[in-house]
Design a binder for this molecule. Structure first.
Ligand code: F6R
Length: 613
């Protein structure tokens, strides 16, 4: 959430590049945006509520070769120009992601010292703290180090000083920052997407690192060390990214969400590739997995939102394939309760971003209460969760720009299926036949997903039928209930139609009262062991005149369910059916939002990657 981008160049106008980069970051927050730069020796600041686009007119009047920028998702303080970054204290301008703990205390003290505040943000507190520190430090980098030694929180920070138009200073304290190095220009961003159009030579800052950036040059202080790193040490940190600008492009698609839905066969194949060649070898999860996996007696999964639904599916796989008792909990609930952790419990965190604060804190809570090992399933390389876990498997979804998660979810499911099999293998609980059968399922999965795109036309018709719906109900049972829940989340996120999900067998215990001839009900009816049970539940709905939409792979005629809309998907009767049934629910949500004219890639009030509570 929130995006930082800054650049310093040797005498050429960097402002158009800054605005383009900020637009790439908008998916991380888009309530408001702002930039600050030095032009003809003067600091200028342009801020606006809404999109980066709203800065372009005014910015086009200036030139500047040093600049910082920010896209905001409001946390401390509402959506207003005053609360938009950059924030100023005298000659300093700063942009910031994350949170500063107990910032009100600092604010009280600073007000007593005569500092005036124009915003409600913790960032402005940080700006004044920095200015205060410059008064008793010889240079800005020493002032920055003093401030980061006194404040706590998870944050990333970028500072521009009018008194030194040749440098920017950046530090990462638990939130991501990436340096981009190009001949005469140095970039910094909270996300690779802003930098890749300019350069693929990157350095990922580690917790506590500070950098002085100059045009085509950097001074790098590792974890607040006094000495700068040598050029050799810096060159060892440089990574060459294989991400290309084309991959960030929307191509011929109308929305990134649709593009990302259609990328799923490819990214699932990439995620499964090594697992197939290494036949579910525990080492896929890192060296430590080889010794840790055989000791696992219980699993506690922690995640939020869509990632939590992936965890709910994983429980079925881990318990049925690896026979390890598994609990799944929402991170924001788990972190604040007394937990009882059984001996031999491994924590599994699931996160697209790897920086969701609730999941990071829930993991710490579990570790403090006795979990013996941790494992992260994550999409963003080197982010907090995989970096701080004993074992990890990266999903290969690539950058997910649409705020509503699609390919990140199905690659998480793929990784979790691999985990269930790797655990079973390491504990000697899987025979050769099952192992080969599961490997074959993984091999076939991308093609099956590609086939399931056949439902696109019907999904689009159903989207239109949902146009005036006020509320919807999603039903599923067993391992498919989490997919119903994911379908409901997708629909409400991007179309703003209220959607609730229920295990179909629970209908009669309450929600059936909601059903009338206005209520669309979207039901997953795969041909599995619960088929007849769900079919009976759907009769209960029809008897109350509910508008029924059924997604099924059944070859059994469903003539008894008269009046229901029926979508046939390819036969999915295998352990991986939850992944296949995700495609129709993603497409239904997409088309429902499309027909309502909503901003699909940037739904209101939301942001990608939640680094605050
Ligand atoms: C929904 C969505 C969110 C995220 C949740 C967790 O489409 O994207 O519900 O799944 O905020 O984020 P990560 O996976 O980054 O921890």
């Amino acid at each position: 959430m929130c995006g930082i981008f800054g650049a310093i160049s040797d005498n050429h106008n960097i402002l158009p590049t800054l605005l383009n980069g900020l637009e790439q970051l908008e998916y991380r927050g888009y309530d408001s945006a702002g930039i600050a730069f030095i032009s003809n020796g003067r600091t200028e600041r342009i801020r606006a509520v809404g999109r980066v686009e709203n800065l372009r007119n005014e910015a086009s009047r200036y030139q500047g070769s040093i600049a910082i920028g920010h896209t905001r998702w409001a946390t401390h303080g509402g959506v207003s120009v005053e609360n938009a970054h950059p924030h100023q204290s005298h000659h300093l301008m700063i942009v910031h992601n994350g949170i500063i703990d107990a910032y009100e205390e600092h604010k009280k003290r600073l007000i007593q010292k005569g500092y005036a505040f124009e915003s409600e943000t913790d960032t402005e507190v940080l700006a004044h703290l920095l200015h205060e520190a410059t008064l008793n430090n010889a240079d800005l980098i020493s002032a920055v180090k003093q401030v980061i030694a006194t404040v706590t929180g998870n944050y990333a920070l970028l500072v521009m000083d009018q008194n030194d138009p040749t440098s920017l200073i950046a530090t990462a304290q638990g939130c991501p920052l990436i340096l981009g190095l190009k001949d005469d220009t140095t970039f910094i961003a909270s996300d690779i997407a802003a930098i890749i159009p300019e350069t693929n030579r990157l350095i990922y800052l580690e917790q506590g690192d500070c950098v002085i950036m100059q045009a085509g040059n950097i001074a790098y202080f590792s974890n607040q060390a006094e000495q700068v790193l040598s050029p050799i040490a810096i060159s060892e940190k440089i990574q060459i990214s294989d991400l290309s600008i084309e991959k960030l492009d929307i191509g011929h698609y109308t929305h990134f969400m649709l593009k990302e839905i259609f990328e799923q066969p490819h990214v699932i194949e990439k995620t499964a590739l090594k697992a197939i060649t290494q036949q579910f070898d525990p080492e896929l999860f890192g060296e430590k997995a080889v010794t840790l996996f055989p000791q696992v007696k219980h699993i506690q999964i922690l995640a939020c939102g869509t990632s939590y639904f992936a965890g709910m599916v994983a429980k079925y796989w881990i318990e049925s394939i690896a026979k390890i008792p598994t609990h799944v909990e929402i991170s924001s609930e788990y972190r604040y309760r007394e937990v009882l952790i059984e001996d031999g419990t491994m924590i599994v965190t699931i996160s697209q971003s790897g920086e969701t604060l609730d999941t990071i804190e829930a993991k710490k809570h579990a570790e403090e209460n006795g979990a013996f090992a941790s494992l992260a399933i994550c999409n963003v390389k080197e982010s907090v969760l995989p970096r701080t876990s004993d074992c990890r498997l990266y999903t290969e979804a690539g950058i997910e720009v649409g705020v509503a998660s699609t390919k990140a979810f199905t690659t998480q499911l793929t990784a979790l299926f691999i985990l269930a099999n790797a655990l079973a293998k390491s504990q000697g609980k899987m025979d050769e036949t099952t192992l080969s059968k599961h490997l074959q399922m993984l091999r076939e999965l991308p093609a099956m997903i590609a086939q399931s795109f056949n439902c696109q036309e019907i999904a689009s018709q159903w989207g239109t039928l949902l146009l005036n719906a006020k509320s919807t109900l999603y039903l599923g049972r067993g391992i498919h209930f989490p997919i119903a829940a994911e379908g409901a989340l997708k629909l409400k996120e991007i179309s703003y139609i209220h959607a609730e999900s229920y295990p179909a067998g629970e209908l009669k215990h309450g929600p059936l009262a909601l059903v009338d001839d206005q209520m669309p009900i979207i039901a997953l009816l795969p041909h599995d062991d619960l088929f007849e049970k769900v079919r009976a539940n759907l009769h209960e709905v029809l008897a109350r005149k509910g508008k029924l939409f059924i997604i099924t792979d059944s070859k059994v005629p469903l003539d008894d369910l008269k009046g229901a809309h029926i979508m046939h998907v390819p036969e999915v009767s295998c352990a991986l059916s939850p992944i296949l049934l995700t495609i129709p629910v993603q497409l239904i949500a997409y088309y429902a939002a499309l027909v309502r004219g909503e901003d699909i890639d940037k739904p209101r009030n939301l942001a990608k990657s939640l680094t605050v509570e």
